[in-house]
Design a protein around this ligand. Structure first.
Ligand SMILES: [Zn+2]
Length: 493
């Protein structure tokens, strides 16, 4: 009987904790997320902030164009000065092997956790002729600010700084300790962030970390990114002769590099869509029930996507839905092949003496970029006929590792709860087939789970022309950050 009672009691606890976890992670005390004290400051300073924002967006911090190196640095200095002006004197421009990082630290909240906020101040290139208004002369129109970087990611960076400004101005202090890490190379693959984080581990330690380079589904549907895939690329050349050969004189006896490459590529996948490279899946973890549920609940419209892109049907690994394939499974894609003559060369009758191929893998949690590249190299070597000379080209740049984020951390629960209160709806939990250098670097170098907490919306043309941010996003984001930091300070776990 006693056993039965205690069994029932433990079952009740399990059921209770499961339902708390699944639906309402934590019920905060009434005033934990009350930000009525800060709203007037945020609202009353909107004009001042918009002027600042226009200044910030005017700086063409184009990390991919060498002639803008000076602008990138100017932007970093601008940010440092802005952060110092809100009452955080310890703001610095720190060097990397590439563009500098802006780092800041406020640590006066004794006994409270430290929250690290990541964002980036560099921007995507522009095709100026496509823009209605010049991309670096930002303009306010219909409740929106148009300009390159307004959404991605200067909006996110400004929101976080302004929210902290509001808290500092109202209270003279912050409810938690804060660190800022704003990089200047996100748009070129966060090339030097890994090394920077590795050599600055001591100053980057934090209990909570959030990435403001993120978006919400819409004005009334929040979302959080729960996984990012890694990326690994390689390029190789097959050589069968020291030149292209006449197809009349040599055709039929000379090995054909293009055909050998085609045969090799055909060995990369099995008929069930799986990658045929030995060991490729060895470290891949099975999809959990929770992940399956997330994928099933995504608002993915496959039919619309197929018709938008003129694709007859999706293919891929058997046994997985399209969403599961993209969020949770690794891939090997040929991204380019070239050999022989091109249409521009006229009409050449040759047996190609060389053929080239570029590959890209998207990797998932637990897979290691270099290990995977080595397995592919082994596969290639063992599938080539004798006499073919194989060479690899170093493509430079950093390979990005994959990362998966837990729903069982205080940092997740805080963001989830705050978004739920703010939007009146639980956030959708999303995977993303893409990569995010910073989120992966933080996981890899610091073991830090970094949760998306950004307020731009999917339709705001980031990476495209006429990029904009809604002024309402800028306000909502500040409310959200004030709520988040107060919630964390209240010790909600
Ligand atoms: Zn971005």
């Amino acid at each position: 009987m006693r056993f039965l009672q205690s069994l029932i009691a433990s079952l009740c606890i399990i059921i209770l904790s499961c339902s708390l976890y699944a639906k309402t992670p934590v019920n905060p005390p009434r005033d934990t997320t009350d930000i009525s004290a800060y709203k007037p400051y945020i609202d009353n300073n909107l004009d001042k902030h918009l002027k600042e924002f226009i200044e910030f967006v005017s700086i063409p911090s184009l990390s991919s164009i060498a002639s803008h190196k000076g602008d990138v640095r100017r932007c970093a200095e601008w940010l440092k000065a802005k952060i110092q002006s809100i009452g955080i004197p310890d703001a610095q421009v720190l060097e990397t092997e590439g563009n500098p990082v802006v780092y800041a630290n406020w640590n006066q909240a004794k006994g409270k956790p430290t929250v690290l906020i990541y964002g980036h101040y560099d921007v995507q290139p522009v095709q100026e002729s496509m823009w209605t208004n010049p991309p670096f002369s930002p303009k306010e129109e219909n409740g929106r600010i148009y300009g390159r970087g307004a959404a991605d990611d200067k909006g996110g960076v400004a929101i976080a700084i302004w929210a902290i400004e509001a808290l500092l101005q109202k209270d003279g202090k912050l409810p938690v300790n804060i660190k800022f890490l704003f990089e200047g190379e996100e748009e070129i693959g966060s090339t030097h962030l890994g090394n920077f984080v590795e050599t600055h581990k001591d100053i980057l330690r934090a209990e909570y970390a959030y990435n403001v380079d993120a978006f919400q589904k819409s004005d009334d549907q929040p979302e959080m990114v729960m996984s990012v895939r890694g990326g690994a690329t390689m390029e190789f050349t097959l050589k069968t002769a020291n030149r292209d050969l006449h197809s009349g004189v040599y055709g039929g006896k000379a090995p054909n590099a293009a055909q050998i490459l085609a045969q090799l590529i055909a060995t990369f996948h099995n008929s069930d869509g799986k990658v045929a490279v030995e060991g490729f899946y060895d470290k891949v973890l099975p999809i959990t029930e929770e992940e399956k549920a997330m994928a099933a609940h995504s608002d993915y419209d496959e039919k619309k996507e197929l018709s938008d892109y003129g694709v007859a049907a999706y293919t891929g690994e058997k046994g997985y839905s399209s969403v599961e394939r993209v969020w949770y499974r690794p891939t090997l894609d040929v991204t380019g092949v070239w050999s022989g003559y091109t249409a521009d060369d006229g009409f050449l009758n040759i047996v190609p003496g060389s053929a080239h191929c570029r590959l890209m893998c998207r990797l998932v949690a637990n897979q290691n970029t270099n290990e995977i590249l080595d397995l592919i190299k082994k596969h290639i070597a063992s599938h080539l006929p004798e006499g073919v000379i194989l060479t690899y080209k170093d493509l430079g740049g950093a390979s990005i590792g994959p990362a998966i984020f837990s729903t069982n951390t205080p940092a997740f629960r805080a963001a989830f709860r705050v978004l739920t209160i703010l939007y009146g709806k639980e956030p959708m939990l999303m995977g993303t087939g893409g990569s995010n250098g910073a989120m992966s670097v933080m996981m890899d170098k610091l073991g830090q789970q970094t949760y998306s907490f950004g307020f731009i919306q999917e339709d705001e043309n980031y990476h495209s022309h006429n990029e904009f941010i809604r002024i309402s996003d800028l306000k909502k984001g500040q409310y959200a950050f004030c709520m988040l930091l107060k919630y964390i300070a209240a010790g909600q776990k």
